[in-house]
Design a protein around this ligand. Structure first.
Ligand code: CAA
Length: 395
């Protein structure tokens, strides 16, 4: 196994680090405080190629591998997780889904704009009564011959009011259960699409989260992704990759808090020496370093498996589960290292702690990741080297 990054990956990592430092860091505290959408910053992310990183150059993207995408997500998340979720949804849910399963016409019409950041996309699966239980879609897409009539409500939609195009999961044939769900490409400007109020959130406060309502929206059949009834498989398959993006976001949040904690602990003195020289703090730093490094291995490995076109659904769930739990646990510890200073906005670390929480919830809660992992284990598809029937110690 090769742990070295190639030159292109190193260049992407450096570019994302510089961008995060010079462009995102200056206003991040104010944007979080005021729930201010980072309009200019997102435009610049598009210009830098961060919004369609893995899309083929043929459609205006960067043609990069998933590892490069993960490295950029990690660096941007260290500084501004609101910007990185906008980036993640556009890259791994919307662009990847369209490029992998869309028709040539759909790619020409939508992907070319989304990959450059000219347009922003949203992924509309969650509903008021269908979060983790995603097969229970209440939104309907009634087949009207050459179009679908779309009605329903989607909740907690990232890029809710700023997106130009939505990928909407909706039930066409209820009798077929999840096999009766379609994914439709819907433009925000179409008649019948309305956007609810912006959610006032604990973290990622500058990102744009809304309820979206669809009322008798006419969606041409040409805007369905894949065959009739492919919508749920589309959502699950797309989320397998999306979870790598969110895992990288969690890794970055944890890494950002860790870097702050190390720096602060070397500068701050108590009882006559820097606090990092006290075992109580040094052991915290050791535990953080160990868990962040382990997260990194899982996240990079999931990205590597995806790049090799190997099965990565279990690996991405493991990466997201471990990285998000690590981010939550160690951002709390990083606040603790900072003492009273950690509790005030100016030191950044309390924001990272608030931002960490959502990584355990969106794109599948930690509990959903455990469902995915355990099902993979039981199918024998995830690290179960059973050398003999029943295992090495079996009779
Ligand atoms: N990859 C591929 N296929 C999958 C899959 C995966 N990870 N998980 C399930 N499927 C397939 C199954 O194989 C099955 O297909 P077949 O019937 O053809 O065999 C089908 O999906 C239904 O699966 P289950 O029978 O397992 O369904 P279930 O209801 O028992 O459980 C679940 C499914 C895994 C819990 C699923 O509902 C799930 O992932 N829920 C979480 C939803 C989620 O992640 N939402 C995130 C919203 S988007 C978001 O957060 C974006 C943002 O804003 C940042």
């Amino acid at each position: 196994m090769n742990f070295e990054l190639n030159e292109e990956q190193q260049a992407v990592q450096q570019a994302a680090r510089d961008f995060a430092q010079s462009v995102l860091k200056p206003g991040v505290i104010e944007r979080d405080r005021d729930m201010k959408y980072p309009k200019d910053e997102v435009r610049q992310m598009g210009e830098m190629g961060f919004l369609g990183m893995m899309v083929s150059p043929e459609y205006g993207g960067g043609g990069m591998d998933t590892i490069s995408y993960v490295l950029a997500m990690e660096e941007i998340s260290k500084v501004d997780a609101s910007c990185s979720v906008i980036m993640s949804v556009n890259n791994s849910l919307v662009c990847w889904g369209l490029e992998t399963y869309g028709t040539e016409e759909q790619k020409q019409q939508y992907l070319t704009k989304l990959a450059t950041g000219e347009w922003i996309g949203a992924f509309c699966l969650s509903e008021p009564e269908a979060g983790s239980d995603a097969t229970s879609q209440r939104t309907t897409a009634v087949d009207m011959g050459d179009y679908y009539l779309l009605n329903g409500t989607k909740n907690w939609i990232t890029n809710g009011s700023t997106s130009d195009v939505h990928l909407v999961m909706a039930q066409t044939d209820r009798e077929k259960g999840h096999k009766g769900i379609n994914c439709l490409i819907v433009e925000t400007a179409w008649e019948g699409v309305s956007i609810g109020a912006k959610e006032d959130k604990l973290g990622i406060r500058a990102s744009d989260t809304h309820t979206i309502m669809y009322n008798d929206v006419k969606v041409p059949k040409a805007n369905r992704i894949g065959n009739e009834g492919f919508g749920f498989s589309f959502a699950m398959s797309t989320l397998n990759g999306g979870r790598i993006g969110i895992a990288a976001q969690a890794l970055g949040i944890a890494g950002g808090a860790f870097e702050l904690a190390v720096t602060y602990s070397k500068e701050r003195e108590a009882f006559g020496k820097p606090i990092c020289k006290h075992q109580a703090i040094a052991f915290k730093l050791a535990d953080m370093a160990k868990d962040i490094e382990a997260s990194k291995m899982l996240v990079y490995r999931a990205a590597w498996l995806k790049d090799k076109h190997m099965d990565y659904s279990g690996a991405s769930a493991m990466a997201k589960l471990f990285a998000s739990e690590t981010a939550m646990k160690h951002t709390v510890e990083a606040v603790q290292v900072h003492g009273g200073y950690g509790y005030v906005r100016e030191y950044h670390v309390e924001r990272l702690m608030r931002d960490a929480k959502i990584t355990q919830i969106y794109e599948g809660t930690s509990e959903v990741q455990r469902i995915v992992i355990s099902r993979n284990v039981l199918k024998g598809q995830l690290y179960v080297p059973m050398w003999a029937e029943g295992g090495v110690l079996a009779d």
